[in-house]
Design a protein around this ligand. Structure first.
Ligand code: FES
Ligand code: FES
Length: 190
């Protein structure tokens, strides 16, 4: 071990690496940006690096692991969350860009201990197998039914097709969304 380590030896290889890490850490600190956001109804302030994605902030820092990391390149749709109610791909969205906005993940969809009708229908229709795509499927369907109470089969298909499911073949998921729409219309009618 380097005997001058305690005094700050730059020639010792191990100590040199340590010094670089410390320099990187302090330069990272200076690059942090403060954002104010609301996540699942909870207001918070976070310090994020410019390159931190929304996915990383939600999963790795806030431990909202219902947000799934699939391709990490904006192709599979599994990382979808709602930003001010609209679906976005969190793996390609810098966290600093959501300053002042509301994020909803699957953890925020059930209200007062009751599942959303889309979640209930997904379970009842057997539309969940491994479940990896389910959070994104549910959030996209919640948005669809908020914007359109009576979507056509084609519109449901289009909504579901934005997320890759490796298990179900999509038909059961489409049926679940149609069923949820029916239930929601019935509960809206006087
Ligand atoms: S993980 Fe974001 S689109 Fe695949
Ligand atoms: S249920 Fe497995 S990926 Fe969709």
């Amino acid at each position: 071990m380097c005997r001058t380590r305690a005094r700050g030896c730059d020639s010792c290889e191990a100590h040199g690496v340590e010094s670089i890490n410390m320099r990187n850490k302090s330069s990272d600190q200076s690059r942090l940006q403060l954002i104010n956001i609301e996540v699942n109804g909870v207001k918070m302030a976070r310090a994020v690096l410019p390159e931190t994605t929304l996915l990383e902030m939600l999963r790795d820092e806030l431990k909202l692991t219902g947000v799934k990391r699939g391709c990490d390149t904006g192709d599979c749709g599994c990382c979808s969350v709602l930003l001010d109610g609209k679906p976005v791909l969190s793996c390609i969205l810098p966290a600093c860009e959501v300053n002042g906005r509301k994020v909803t993940t699957i953890e925020g969809v059930a209200k007062d201990g009751s599942l959303h009708p889309v979640q209930e229908s997904m379970i009842a229709s057997g539309a969940i197998q491994c479940g990896f795509c389910t959070p994104a499927m549910v959030l996209n369907a919640v948005n669809l039914l908020e914007e359109n109470k009576d979507p056509s089969q084609e519109e449901i298909k289009e909504c579901v097709s934005g997320t890759v499911c490796r298990c179900t073949g999509y038909t059961k998921i489409e049926n679940a969304v149609a069923e949820a729409a029916k239930k929601m219309r019935a509960s809206d009618s006087p």
